[in-house]
Design a protein around this ligand. Structure first.
Ligand code: PHE
Length: 449
């Protein structure tokens, strides 16, 4: 039966869309560079552990709430508790998610715009349009503004198409392309001199570093950002999931894909860094640590590509297209959060809702571009360091404490008559009730201090 709301047509469509949301700039550049500076394989193992022990349960909380209510985050969280006060708190949390998703999109679109600029600059340079190519990679307000607007327009165009014909269709097209490009690039870079040094740093654990509490916090933070948690993106995707799907299973597949692609990106980025090193491009700062993430992406890698002649042009273009795709499949999930709210709560048609939410976010993003020095870092810190974990904590509390156990079990039984005998049911409720809130709480307190 056709659903009045959007609904993913196929399980694969959902998995690719949710993994597309999860796999973003965070995986392909954040994770590998963090692993490089933090004990290589030791970080990798910590990250894997945290992703499955903590981030997966939180992901399940969002997916299950979404699938159960078939509503956007504001209305979903507002409908779980019995009491009026708690329902109001639910709506407030939902609004917090909506605002945070919009804030994340406002800085994400700027960075993604740079990726588009870099992707276009190499072919332009190759055909002799040097000035245009230069303009695209030089930090100026007009460039930042125009590329951000182009990226926002792309995001809005996909979201405008709706769940099946926009989000699902484009995720199905772009995600396989992303994975294929990533593998091809990694295989090529691994043949270059210096790559094996990077590989060994990635794969040989330095356990001395794993035990530091700083590292644990970093790894957990990236696991949460990486799985798009706390801001309602997974909740809204879960709400478009059919009642016949087994949520714990598809959720695990999404988490596996996300982590798998982050790990795969490590096989590209770390070897590439050491190839650059072998070619005389600086990758360490004066203190002997690795250069910061943005320097690595926008300075070290381009410098590396320049040392590889013609193949370098293809490599560079492919790499920045890869980054742009990863960003786009994430940005559409962020925009869908306010759009779904406007459609369901204020009964706007999708076109209007997309223009309104997208236009508003682009306007805010323009403000950030115009006040880059003061706003850019602040928006990132507020949204990802404080707001995201806080909302993640609240969502776990809603799932663990304010959602009645019977109702929860019924939700799981929709497609699995035997749900109460599963390992998931034995472990997960306790997890979201106690472990997730406590640990996220500790991280949050630590990060405030
Ligand atoms: N998971 C995305 C990434 O790794 C970022 C993201 C955060 C997407 C929050 C949606 C919501 O880049």
């Amino acid at each position: 039966m056709a659903s009045p709301r959007g609904e993913f047509r196929s399980r694969m469509g959902f998995i690719l869309a949710a993994a597309g949301s999860a796999v973003g700039l965070g995986n392909i550049w954040g994770f590998p560079t963090q692993a490089a500076s933090n004990g290589g394989a030791a970080f990798l193992l910590t990250y894997l552990l945290l992703a499955f022990v903590l981030a997966y349960p939180a992901l399940m909380a969002e997916l299950l709430i979404g699938r159960h209510t078939h509503r956007n985050m504001v209305m979903a969280l507002g409908s779980l508790p019995q009491s009026r006060t708690l329902a109001a708190l639910g709506r407030l949390t939902g609004m917090g998610g909506l605002l945070t998703a919009s804030m994340i999109l406002s800085f994400y679109a700027i960075v993604a715009g740079w990726m588009l600029g870099f992707a276009a600059s190499y072919p332009l340079d190759a055909v002799g349009l040097t000035a245009a190519s230069e303009w695209l990679v030089t930090f100026t307000v007009p460039r930042n503004l125009s590329l951000m607007l182009i990226f926002m327009a792309l995001t809005m165009a996909v979201v405008l198409g709706g769940v099946e014909d926009g989000i699902e269709r484009w995720s199905r097209r772009l995600m396989p392309l992303l994975i294929a490009t990533l593998i091809a690039l990694a295989l090529y870079v691994l043949t270059l001199e210096g790559a094996l040094t990077g590989l060994s740093i990635y794969l040989l654990p330095d356990f001395g570093k794993v035990l530091s509490s700083d590292l644990l916090i970093d790894a957990l933070g990236s696991a949460f950002f990486s799985l798009s948690l706390g801001v309602g993106t997974m909740l809204i995707y879960g709400s478009y999931l059919s009642d016949t799907e087994n949520v714990p299973r598809v959720g695990a597949q999404v988490a596996l894909l996300d982590v798998g692609i982050a790990v795969l990106a490590g096989f590209l980025i770390l070897p590439a860094m050491y190839v650059a090193d072998a070619r005389g491009v600086a990758i360490f700062n004066e203190a002997g640590g690795l250069l910061s993430e943005d320097t690595l992406i926008f300075t070290v890698l381009p410098a590396l590509f320049e040392t590889i002649d013609t193949a370098g042009i293809f490599l560079a273009t492919a790499f920045f297209i890869l980054m742009s795709i990863a960003a786009l499949t994430s940005s559409i999930s962020m925009l869908e959060v306010p759009v779904a709210y406007l459609i369901e709560r204020h009964h706007l048609p999708r076109g209007k809702a997309t223009l309104l939410a997208g236009g508003f976010i682009a306007g805010f993003s323009a403000l950030v571009v115009l006040n880059f020095g003061t706003l850019f870092g602040a928006v990132i810190t507020i949204s990802t360091r404080y707001s995201q974990p806080l909302l993640g904590l609240l969502i776990c509390i809603f799932a663990g404490w304010l959602w009645q156990r019977d109702a929860l079990l019924q939700e799981l039984r929709k497609n699995d008559a035997d749900a109460e005998n599963r390992l998931f049911w034995r472990i997960w409720p306790v997890y979201v009730k106690w472990l997730c809130p406590v640990i996220i709480g500790i991280i949050l307190v630590q990060s405030v201090i």
